[in-house]
Structure formats: structure tokens, C-alpha cells
Design a binder for this molecule. Sequence first.
Ligand code: UDP
Length: 489
Amino acid sequence: GAAATKPHFVLLSSPGIGHLIPVLELGKRLVTHHNAAVTVFVVASRSSQAETELTTEAAAAAGGAPGSGNFFNVVRLPPPDLSNVLDPAAAMVTRLCVVMRELIPAIRAAVQSLAVRPTGLVVDLFGTECFVVAEELGIAKYVLGTSNAWFTALTIQLPVLDGEVEGEYVDQKEPLEIPGCRSVRPDEVVDPMLDRKDQVYIEYRRMGVEFRKADGILINTWEDLEPTTLAALRNDDFFGRKVIQGDILAIGPLVRRPTRPSNPTSQDLFSWLDQQPNESVVYVCFGSGGNLSPEQQIELAHGLERSQQRFLWVVRRPTGVKDSAFFSSGKSEDMDGIHHDLDNRYGLPEGFVERTRHVGLVVPEWSPQSEVLSHAAVGAFVCHGGWNSTLESVRSGVAMMMWPLYSEQRMNATLVAEELQLASRTETMPWRGVVGRDEVEGMIREVMVGEKGKGIRERVKAAQRSGEKALKEGGSSYKALEMVVKKSC
Ligand code: UDP
């Protein structure tokens, strides 16, 4: 078939919508812009309708018209049985690493049985142990860093920090140095660095070692967004070997292109948005996994109400476990009917939904976020700092208010709010204390009607244009991906 004559990349996505989305986007671009063939391996999750929708949509977009010669295939791998290998209380990242480790035999078998031999393997950051499959076949191996270059730099530096720093990272008095990059403040280290005795730390340190073994690191950022950090990553001393062109590749922003969804729940949501003035709505959502404490949920609600701004809030039942939705999120079939008694079900102040009906829309569990952010009515985004959400906001030119919860979100908040100034951020650290209603109100008003918001909006729109330029034919991200494909020919 047509695929036999093209470079053929096998892409491997670890569980989680936040990993699946950039992997699928990478696959689409390889096929539609660079004429490669792509097979995506997805670790099937228990419940997620969103996952099915995303893969179907990607296949339709990349498959092209019949006879186009496009080759884009999605293979679902059944999740492994972890009952004997994983402590049920293990950290999320540990779980992700163990899932991928347990799947190596299945992945090996699936890759070997492909009708067309692959020429390259791309794993996301949790799949680096699967490099072994590429090594056995003698094909190129790449890692896709689904977050920014600064986080990638910390990951690569971790084995060095591990030897230099004594005691817990969070207890350090001085920032953690990454040569050539912005330092990392002790209180913004990634979750896997919070306890050096936990398995999750060992797993993360191993990832840092394995990143350096890749034939190339693809990062979901672009040259003009993080020029200094990208230059630092390309330093031989930093990387621990001679870095050649094509080793560190900024290929983003890989963001899902919005398509207006057709299900009835979304129709209501979009007809509401259609009625709101341009850039007047604050969109509030904490990613696929984010969750607040009951007390925080109440404070956020009051703050939103007091700000007197229009809002669209994707609510979850507050559990107080900040990443509790990670493995189960995504709209499920039976959710379409849940539209009554939201105050009670979602731990909102008594009467909140009724009182804010004229300005706000409370959406249970899940929204078509990429589409929402690209709607003209949305003016700002209270964002947990997940990198996909951040890029979607930039792509749509929407100002952000960073409210980091877990994983590398504290670093992302610093990068976006302090370094790039595309956002404001909560002064209270939401992982330590409760962001009070006054602070919520003030932050929202400052971005929606204050001077600070104007500056942020201008800079976000400039970043939006620079991201578009990077992806265009001849742009830096376009050329970086082209290089990967050419090397593989
Ligand atoms: N997402 C969505 N609807 C929601 C919540 C999240 O479509 O209600 C999507 C969002 O657009 C993004 C992804 O899920 O593409 C979440 O990835 P991100 O990196 O922002 O955060 P994570 O969920 O991994 O923390």
C-alpha cells in the first residue's frame, strides 16, 4: 500500500486526555503536512467518551478523502492488570509509568505485527522505557515533551540536581539552578519532586536519564516562545553529549483545532455563548483532572459572583484531592441529563445557580474546551496551568489567570504569568491555602476590566500570532517536524 513507501511513525500515548491530545495532533501534522504514515497506540481508558471522540475526530481529519493516500491508524491497547504491581495509593505519575512498563510486551507484539515496518517510534514522557522496542528494531526513537521547554529542562537536569542537592527540594533556601534557564523556586517544583523517598521521584529521575537517550526530543513549544531555554537545552554540557541539529525540536503549539460539536448539551452551551458580548465571559476550568476542596469551591463561587462578570464554569464535585478526576474525566454517556440541582450536587453555595443565572452558566464535569476558548465571547480563562489548556488559550488569544494545582502546573504558572506575562496568577498558592473570595473577585476584575488585563491581552495576541507563524509552512515548528521526517526517509 501507499504507507510502504512513506516514513512510518508509531506514536505511543500514555493514559490521560492531556497526553492523548498532543500525540494525536502530532500524528495529524505528520500525515497532513509532511506526508508521513502514522500509527497511534492509545492505552484505552475505562470510561472516557472524550477519548473515543478525540481519536475518531483525529482519524477523520488525518485520513483525508478516500484515495488521498493518507495513512493514519489508531490502535487501542487494553489497559494492563495492575493489581499485583501497583500500590493503589501510588501517585498519578507512578501509575502512568507502571502502566507503560507493564504494556511493553503488548507494545512490542503490536509493533512487530504492523503490516508496514515503522521507521520511528515517538513516545510521550511517560513512555520512555518503551524505547527498548525501537532499539530492538533498530529504528529512531523520539520523546514528545507534552509540556514546555522549561519543564523539559528541569526533567533533564534532575539526575544532576539529585546528586547535588541535599534534603527535600521544597525545603531548599535557594532556587534550583538549571544552567542557562530560569531557576526553579523550591515551592514550584513538580509534584514528583516533593518526596525524594517516594517511588514517583525514582520514576521521574529515570525519565530524566532516558530523555538524553532519545534520538530527538520534540517539545510542544516554539522557538519564539522559549528561545533562551531552547538554547540552553542545546548546550552540549547541559545535555551531556554533543547536541546536533535535530536533537531538540520545538514543534508546537500542537493544539486541537476547534470543530463545533453537535451533541445537544453543547448546543445549549454555544447558543448561550452566542448571546454574550465579545470578550465578556470568564471561562473557568481545571483541566481534565483538576479538583478543588469543598471550601475552595465555595470561595471561588462567591468570588465569581462578586466580580459581576459573565462566566462559564466547568464544575466538578469537590473532593479536595487535586488530581482526582485524572483517570476518569471526560464526558460520559450518562451525563447529558445532569442539569438540575447543581448547587447541591456540586457543592456550590445555596442558590448560586439561580442568583447568577443572568450572567453565568454552570456546566457539569466537562466542556468542549478548545471550541469554547475560540468563541468570540470568551475574554479570560481561569486556568489550572495544564500545558494543553495554556496553549489553547494562547491559540485563541485569551488572557489567563493561573491557578495551579498539581504536576508541573506551578512551573507553568510562573512561566506564563511571570516570564511571558500572558496571565495573572493567584497570590495565594492554591496548593497550600484557600484562595479567598476577595482575591478571586480582585483577580477577575483586574484582568477583565483593569489596566493589567489590557497589557496581558495584547501580549497574548502577539503570542497567538507568533505561534501561528511557527506552524505555517516554512515556520520554525514546521521545519523542525520536516527535519524529523526527512531523517527517517
Ligand atoms: N479539556 C476539555 N474539557 C474539559 C477539561 C479539559 O476539553 O472540561 C481538555 C482541554 O481542552 C485540554 C485537555 O483536556 O486539551 C487537558 O489538558 P491539560 O494539559 O490542559 O491539563 P491536564 O488535564 O493534563 O491537567
